[in-house]
Write a protein that binds this ligand. Sequence first.
Ligand SMILES: [Ca+2]
Length: 341
Amino acid sequence: MKISAHFHRVLLLISTVVILSLSLVYSSISMAVASESSFRSWLATVESKALSSGISLNTLKTALSSVELEPRVIELDRRQLEPPLPLDQYLSRVITKDRVLVGRKKLIENRILLDSIAVRYGVQPRFLVALWGAETDFGRVTGSFQVIDSLITLIYDGRRGTFFRKELIHALRILDEGHVSIDEMKGSWAGAMGQLQFMPSTFRRFAVDFNDDGRKDIWKSHEDAFASAANYLSQSGWNYDQTWGQEVFFPEEFDRTSIRFKHRKRLSEWKALGLRPLDGRNFPSKDFISSIIQPNGAAGQAFLVYGNYRVILRWNRSHRFALSVGMLSDLIGQSVGILLE
Ligand SMILES: [Ca+2]
């Protein structure tokens, strides 16, 4: 009797466990179904807004019918909230010996194209090659995320939903205009696309069809990608006769309160205050308006930066990015004996 009662209790326990686990499985399935259906109905509202912004129904069907949320995008987005690398580490990651050597090779290989772009847009080739190297390692790492999936994921997540909603409309318009197919529209987790990592809004403002084939192809066409980047810089105020800046040092008695990005003086005024180039290069002969920055604090390196540095900051609002592109352009340019002025 005892054994049988025990057996009965065990049976009861097993069946309870089975029922409980079955109900857990069932509830997780129904939750997934519910969240899938709430995502699809949310997506329908996105689709109808896009339709009212003038995106064609055809493009919307192609772009959104197979869209999927991409958890990796959110993971990478959250990493943006972590503290940035110290400047030295950042610079040594971007400016590697390999990148300088490859950059020099790319500058020579693309010389004719880059020169013709320089004539039209007034941007020195070494800066375009440096940007190309900093953004995608010369087209090696352009991102393998489906741009529409990334943008939809970021909008659905909501941390920067308003920003990405606008980017999505621009991305859909790019598809609508036929510059790229949905399968080829790839980019970074945040939707930056092609050789020079243009956001969709940047594409819509600045991308050009330099090789006249009817499409602005910043993914595969070097002509279009470089010219689009040059157009971006040119329209942001780039000055062909100017470099980005250079490392400097100043005397003990120098008024350090003037070391601020917002504080601008003519180069001749800085020179009169005792500012000198650090690396043996001369200062440019023109009397540029410039500022001194010390991105690593008062004990760190000091740089005198000119108008073009401010233009690079419009491309990417990060001093470390602008510095790395400037330095890389110097190192790449030196190989072909370019006067760094
Ligand atoms: Ca083209």
